[in-house]
Ligand binder design. Structure first.
Ligand SMILES: Nc1nc2c(c(=O)[nH]1)N[C@H]1C(S)=C(S)[C@@H](COP(=O)(O)O)O[C@H]1N2
Ligand SMILES: [Mo]
Length: 521
C-alpha cells in the first residue's frame, strides 16, 4: 500500500499548493487593480521587523536583488504553507480552514499597515483567502474521490473498478490541480504586467515639467476661513473625490496621446501632447461636482487647473450652426455630451493637463481631461479624453444618459454643513457652524442657517474665489445643552433660497436642505 499512501499524501499537498497559488495569484491581480500587492506587503512588513543583521545578511547575499529575493521567499513560504495546509486538511478540514483564514488575516494586517495603503487594501488578501478556501474544498473533494489508503484517517469508499477508475479520477484531479495552479500563475503575471504598465506611465508623468501659467489665479487669503473640520477651499489632490467607470485607470503615455475634433465642423482638428503644451495655457480654479452627490455628501472638490480653452480649438475647427452638443470620448470608451454653448462662451471650459500644480494624477485623467465650470462631471469632465465630436443632442448621447440620467446636467444650488459633524459631541457655549455652498458658474449670494425651529440667520460668506468655485460660510453659535438640529440653505444670486424639496441624485442631481443633529453637553 505504500505507493497509494504516498499518492494520498501528495494529493493533499498538491491540492494545498494549487489552492494557495490560485488564491494568491488572484489576490495579486486584484491588488494590481485596486493598488497594493499582498505578497509585497508581507515582504515589507518583514523588512520592517527584520533585525539589522538580517537586512545586512540579505543585502550581502542577494545584493540589490534582495527585494526580489524576499518576494520570492514569501511566495515559496506561502506555497509550503499551502502544502502543509492540504496535508492537514485530510485530518482536520476545520484546522486547514483556520490556517487559511489566519494567513488571510495576516495578509490584511500587512496590507493595511502600509503607509501607502489604498482604501481597498484589504480586498486582495480577502479575495485571496476566500478563493484559496474554495479551491481547497473543491480540489480535496476530487482528491477524496481517489481510493484512500487502508491506514488513512479519512475513510473513503472503494473505487468502482480497480485500477481504471482510480487512474481516471486521479488524472482528473491532477488536471484540475494543475489548472488551478496555472490560473494562479497567469493571474499573478497579469497583475505584474498591469503594475509594470502603470509604473511606466507613472514614471513618464513624474518626469513632466508643466509650463507655468502666465497669469496665476490669486486665491484671496480670506477665501479660507481656516476652521477645523471645514473643507479647505482648495481640495488637496489626495483628498479629491474620484468617480469613474474604469476598473483600472487607463495608462496613457502622453507621447501617444492625440485628440481629434470632428463631426459638424468645417475642418477636423487633431492635436498631440507637445502641441497642446506649446499653446498658451491658462490657470483656473473650478469646483467639480458629481451628480451622484447626496445632500451633505463629499463628491465635490475644488482644484487649481491648468489647461487650454476648448473654445479656441472649436473655433479653429469651425463649428456648424446646427450643432448644439460636443460628445467627448475617453480612451476607455466613456462618453459625455456637453452643451456646445458651455464650451464656446467665455467660461473656463478647458482641456486640463495640470491639477494643483502637477500633471493630472492618472486617476484624475492623465494626460488630458475636460473641466467645464457649471456642469456635473458626468456631462462634462471626461478624463483621459481623446475625441471631441461636434454633434447634436438629437443625434448622440453620453454614457449615463441611456442609463437613466438627464441629458443636461447643470449644477444645482447646494450647501453643506461641515462643522459640527453629524452626531458630534459639542461643548455648550460659543462655537461655530460652518460649511460650503456652491452653484458653479452662477454663484451664491448667501447662506442661511436655522437652529431647530428657529429663525433663519444669515451666515457670513468667505471671499468667493469666483462664481466657478464653492464658497465657505460660517455662523457663530452659542450652543445650549441638549440635542439640536442645524439646517442650512444657500441663497442663489437672484435671492431665491435653495429648494427644500428632497430629490435623490437621479436623474439630474439631489436637492433638499442639509441638516445635522448634534448633542450639546
Ligand atoms: N473617462 C471617464 N471620465 C469621467 C468619468 C468616467 O467614468 N470616465 N466620470 C465622470 C464623473 S461622473 C465625474 S463626477 C468626474 C469625476 O472626476 P474626478 O474623478 O477627477 O473627481 O469625472 C467624469 N469623467
Ligand atoms: Mo459624477
Amino acid at each position: 500500500m505504500a505507493p497509494t499512501i504516498r499518492a494520498f499524501h501528495t494529493d493533499g499537498a498538491l491540492a494545498g499548493v494549487a489552492s494557495v497559488a490560485l488564491g494568491a495569484g488572484l489576490g495579486e491581480l486584484v491588488g494590481a487593480l485596486v493598488g497594493g500587492s499582498p505578497v509585497a506587503a508581507v515582504g515589507s512588513v518583514l523588512i520592517d521587523l527584520a533585525p539589522p543583521w538580517g537586512k545586512d545578511l540579505a543585502i550581502s547575499l542577494f545584493g540589490t536583488g534582495d527585494k526580489a529575493a524576499l518576494i520570492a521567499a514569501v511566495a515559496i513560504v506561502l506555497l509550503l504553507v499551502g502544502a502543509a495546509t492540504g496535508l492537514l486538511a485530510r485530518r482536520s478540514v476545520a484546522g486547514a480552514q483556520t490556517v487559511v483564514v489566519v494567513a488571510g488575516l495576516l495578509g490584511v494586517g500587512a496590507a493595511v499597515s502600509r503607509a501607502d495603503a489604498s482604501t481597498l487594501a484589504a480586498a486582495p488578501p480577502v479575495v485571496g483567502a476566500a478563493v484559496t478556501l474554495l479551491a481547497l474544498h473543491l480540489l480535496l473533494r476530487r482528491a477524496t474521490a481517489s481510493p484512500a489508503p487502508v491506514s488513512g484517517p479519512v475513510p473513503a469508499s472503494p473505487p468502482p473498478s480497480e485500477g481504471v477508475g482510480h487512474h481516471a479520477s486521479r488524472r482528473e484531479f491532477l488536471v484540475w490541480t494543475t489548472g488551478a495552479a496555472a490560473a494562479g500563475l497567469l493571474a499573478a503575471a497579469g497583475g505584474w504586467a498591469l503594475r509594470a504598465g502603470s509604473r511606466a506611465v507613472d514614471a513618464v508623468r513624474t518626469a513632466i515639467a508643466l509650463p507655468r501659467a502666465p497669469v496665476p489665479v490669486v486665491v484671496p487669503a480670506t477665501a479660507d476661513l481656516g476652521i477645523t473640520g471645514l473643507a479647505p477651499v482648495l481640495t488637496p489632490t489626495a483628498d479629491f473625490y474620484r468617480i469613474d467607470t474604469a476598473l483600472a485607470p487607463p495608462q496613457i503615455d502622453p507621447a501617444t496621446w492625440r485628440l481629434r475634433i470632428h463631426g459638424l465642423v468645417d475642418r477636423e482638428v487633431e492635436i498631440g501632447w507637445d502641441e497642446l503644451l506649446a499653446l498658451p495655457l491658462e490657470e483656473s480654479v473650478t469646483t467639480l461636482t458629481c451628480v451622484s452627490n447626496e445632500v451633505g455628501g463629499d463628491l465635490v472638490g475644488t482644484a487649481r487647473w491648468l489647461g487650454y480653452p476648448i473654445r479656441h480649438l472649436l473655433a479653429q475647427a469651425g463649428v456648424h450652426a446646427d450643432a448644439d452638443m460636443v460628445l467627448s470620448t475617453s480612451a476607455d470608451g466613456f462618453t459625455a455630451g456637453t452643451p456646445l454653448e458651455t464650451l464656446t462662451d467665455e467660461r473656463n471650459a478647458i482641456l486640463a493637463v495640470g491639477m494643483n500644480g502637477e500633471p493630472l494624477p492618472i486617476a484624475h485623467g492623465f494626460p488630458v481631461r475636460m473641466v467645464v465650470p457649471g456642469l456635473y462631471g458626468y456631462v462634462s469632465a471626461t478624463k483621459w479624453v481623446t475625441d471631441l465630436e461636434v454633434t447634436r443632442f438629437a443625434d448622440a448621447e453620453g454614457y449615463w444618459i441611456s442609463r437613466g440620467w438627464a441629458a443636461r446636467g447643470p449644477i444645482k444650488l447646494a450647501s453643506r454643513i461641515d462643522v459640527p459633524r453629524r452626531g458630534a459631541a459639542v461643548t455648550a457655549g460659543e462655537t461655530v457652524i460652518a460649511g460650503v455652498a456652491w452653484q458653479q458658474h452662477v454663484g451664491v449670494r448667501g447662506v442661511q442657517v436655522r437652529i431647530d425651529d428657529g429663525e433663519w440667520q444669515d451666515a457670513a460668506l468667505a471671499t468667493a474665489i469666483s462664481d466657478d468655485t464653492w464658497v465657505q460660510w460660517s455662523l457663530p453659535w452659542r450652543a445650549s445643552a441638549g440635542r439640536h438640529t442645524l439646517t442650512a440653505r444657500a441663497i442663489g444670486v437672484d435671492g431665491t433660497p435653495q429648494t427644500q424639496d428632497a430629490a435623490p441624485p437621479a436623474p439630474d442631481g439631489a436637492t433638499g436642505w442639509p441638516s445635522v443633529a448634534v448633542t450639546v453637553a
